[in-house]
Design a protein around this ligand. Structure first.
Ligand code: ZN
Length: 377
């Protein structure tokens, strides 16, 4: 890969206006209006996503992509992961407004947006596996990684990347690596693939954030899938150095040990230093470095095939800059200017700390996938 962009066809960009219309109603933060909750806005309201795409367009980086407009995912795709009752519940809740599960508010356009989010990810996977593109980015909402087969959770209605993984496996990619960068743990992705030896789920998340008690280092899969779940519960306050160390000492060796046919990335931006939902210190440089590494891993391991999908990301002012950094990395461009960077880089927490290193060392020596790789090398 060169600074001018990856060899081969241009990367693909999937987005749909209706994903930006997803609006579960009046609320504040992650709660609807109620006793003690004054109306402001819910995090799941996403005009910010349109603003973020606007910055990518203004920078010229979007011109490096081929634009695609996704179609809604049909029931046949949703039912590869979800139960019929779950799909019906999401549709019904969306029609009347309310909570479709656990902290999963839905409103008038939500079910349609959720089907488009899945449809973007499945279309991207099909394009990449057919050779039309090597890399793809899906700017979608609602997010997906908390959604379980029978339960909506944490702003997620359908599990976008879980469905995309099953579609990939029906289109020639037997072994799929799913790397989750969202600051929360992707309990839905973990649950779907818990016993699947052909899907490796690797999650970098803030230790103990959400869901409660989910995503510990001891959760490594079971049955035929034993050893193919890799949780990296990073301590709150982890910044640029900690994320790069996690990539180098856990994600890269886990990916090489697993040897995927396709890489999918749950590209949440809520580990960003200004995010109201997380307590991490990642910057645009962090996301650019991590996504560049993942693209290079895909180049090395599976002919460059990689699909990234947006998940969380709730800082009104910093998310656009983070998205621009991710888009630049996917396009093979250098890290873009970041007017916020100087102040963040001068805060404590950007260098890897001993208590963060201990988590990585523990995984390297105890996780079945990593300790086996260490013995083999
Ligand atoms: Zn999140």
């Amino acid at each position: 890969m060169t600074a001018g962009g990856p060899a081969g066809p241009p990367p693909a960009w999937f987005s749909h206006e209706l994903c930006f219309w997803h609006d579960p109603g009046a609320g504040s933060g992650h709660l609807p209006v109620g006793p003690g909750v004054e109306p402001l806005r819910q995090f799941a309201v996403d005009p910010d996503l349109r603003r973020a795409e606007g910055l990518v367009r203004l920078s010229g980086v979007l011109d490096r992509f081929t634009r695609h407009t996704p179609a809604p995912a049909p029931d046949a795709d949703l039912l590869l992961v979800h139960t019929r009752a779950h799909v019906d519940r999401v549709e019904a809740t969306s029609a009347r407004g309310g909570d479709a599960g656990v902290y999963a508010p839905a409103g008038h356009h939500s079910a349609a947006a959720a089907r488009l989010a899945v449809g973007a990810c499945t279309a991207a996977v099909r394009e990449v596996l057919a050779g039309g593109h090597r890399r793809a980015y899906c700017l979608v909402r609602p997010p997906g990684h908390h959604a379980e087969p029978d339960r909506a959770m944490g702003l997620c209605l359908f599990n976008n990347l879980a469905v995309a993984t099953r579609v990939a496996q029906r289109n020639g990619a037997r072994r799929v690596l799913v790397v989750d960068l969202d600051v929360h743990h992707g309990n839905g992705l973990q649950r779907v693939f818990w016993e699947d030896p052909d899907v490796c789920y690797v999650s970098l998340h803030q230790d103990g954030l959400f869901p409660p008690a989910s995503g510990t280092a001891a959760e490594t899969g079971s049955g035929a899938g034993a050893g193919t779940t890799v949780n990296v519960p990073l301590p709150a306050g982890t910044g640029h150095g900690g994320y790069l160390a996690a990539m180098e000492s856990v994600v890269v060796p886990a990916a090489r040990a697993f040897a995927p046919d396709l890489v999918l990335v749950a590209a949440g931006l809520d580990a960003g230093a200004h995010d109201p939902m997380g307590r991490m210190m990642a910057t645009s440089r962090t996301f650019h470095s991590v996504v560049t590494s993942l693209c290079e891993l895909a180049d090395e391991l599976c002919a460059g095939r990689i699909v990234l999908a947006h998940e969380g990301g709730y800082s009104a002012w910093y998310q656009p800059t983070l998205l621009l950094a991710v888009a630049a990395a996917v396009a093979g461009l250098p890290a873009p200017d970041d007017p916020f960077l100087h102040s963040l880089e001068n805060l404590p927490g950007q260098r890897v700390a001993a208590h963060q290193r201990r988590v990585l060392d523990h995984l390297r020596t105890h996780h079945p996938l990593l300790s086996a790789a260490a013995v083999a090398s």
